[in-house]
Design a protein around this ligand. Sequence first.
Ligand code: NAG
Ligand code: NAG
Length: 484
Amino acid sequence: MGMKYHSSKSNASNKFLSLKSSTILTTTLFIASLVYFFAPSRNSQEPHFLDHHGGGLFHDDLRDAKFPWNKLSFGPISNEKLKLAVFSKTWPIGADPGGMERHAFTLYTALATKGHEIHVFTVPSDRKFHDNIHDGSLHVYFAPNDHGSLNCSLAFDIFDQENRARPFDYVHTESVTLPHWRAKFVPNVAVTWHGIWYEIMHSKLFQELLDNPNGQGSMNELQEAMPRLVDEIKFFSSYSHHICISNSAGEVLVNIYQLPQRNVHVILNGIDESNFVYDPIAGTAFREKIGIPSNVTLVLGVAGRLVRDKGHPLLHEAFSFIAKHHPGVFLLVAGSGPWGKRYAELGQNVKVLGALEPSELSKFYNSLDVFVNPTLRPQGLDLTLIEAMHCGKPVLTPNYPSITRTVVLNEDFGYTFSPNVGSFVKALEAAIRDGPEILQRKGMICKSYAVTMFTATKMALAYERFFLCMKNNRYCQYPLPTDF
Ligand SMILES: *[C@@H]1O[C@H](CO)[C@@H](O)[C@H](O)[C@H]1NC(C)=O
Ligand SMILES: *[C@@H]1O[C@H](CO)[C@@H](O)[C@H](O)[C@H]1NC(C)=O
């Protein structure tokens, strides 16, 4: 149609054609990658993935594990102390840190407590001046530039001095904090990826489809994602070992980024499990405190920053429909952001609570029947999902591979949907149909799974064993006599 239209202006038509073919190429690549991405894995790893509750079958070199190390039960190794360097974009000071900062903080506080000597090169998250921290065997060096973000050269200089005094056993960087052109010259470096461009590309794709259902948008963001992905694939090999926070990201690094399987490992994020516990009494009290009517049939909850790319336009539209057709269903919104006001306008079935203190957050989760996470970002592991599961709640989330392969393994754990309003409404209706009793049962399955996989303790043990294995491959064997 378009070609006919332009046929009298050959110049314009050529341009149009080349534009068109690049679009077709991009689309084809996307479809091809989606087919790969969403196709179930059919390789020999499957038995391990199906062994959700223990990795009990595994007797081998840990570097060959094709499932999260969290699954294994590592015993204590007390006679070997490590000296580790860590590059992290920021170090949490004060409240409300993002996921990546929390990861570094939780992990390295735990490893220092175990007696390992930890040196972190970073900046304070509040971008103000703070003295370096020397707390037992945890050392945190702040190396900001004028704007308060990390001065990489300065951080590297301090690292270098400390390394000369006594060499580090291993170096760890949270994403590209230690950039690849420097990592190339650091032989013993591992990187943890909290999101890769392959996943970001999918996120942009979903956003494009939602924003421009008729395909009239500029697709700029989508077009810009592809060169970033290509660039990333080229520089990832500058890092020697790669740690992913979901099974699906690990597979992409091997199958698309073509990194050697032996250099790619999966260690899932964990949260401090003592902060998020199943407590139905606290849940009931929380409902009363915030004034949820006693005649509601079901309480849904969502938590986090109320911004567009966390999927709030999607939930807003889906819940408007639900509120009309199921007047007994209530939505609790914990968090702040531009979408808070719009939720408040949805009427008496919605309550916006604002940002909650961590101690209140656990009570909030406990007051729900099901936790909803509408995110448009198929990357990483959303910590809110894990927190809700620890509190014994089933989850309702998009069906991204990072979630379905690692968190919501099947319908026993909750409900999944494609990131569009129709599919979202169907999933919500399925949860409403099931009702509080079935939801409660699913919640207990979530809780027992979360306790075996997503705890700070498990994460710290897995990372400790990883660094030990990198230092001395005797520790790469599993199980050791000290393991359970
Ligand atoms: C970063 O640190 C180096 C010295 O380590 C210094 O020469 C440079 O000016 C700093 N850059 C900025 C932007 O602060
Ligand atoms: C619950 O009770 C309130 C007031 O008592 C009433 O307005 C509302 O319609 C009731 N909701 C349902 C779902 O029955």
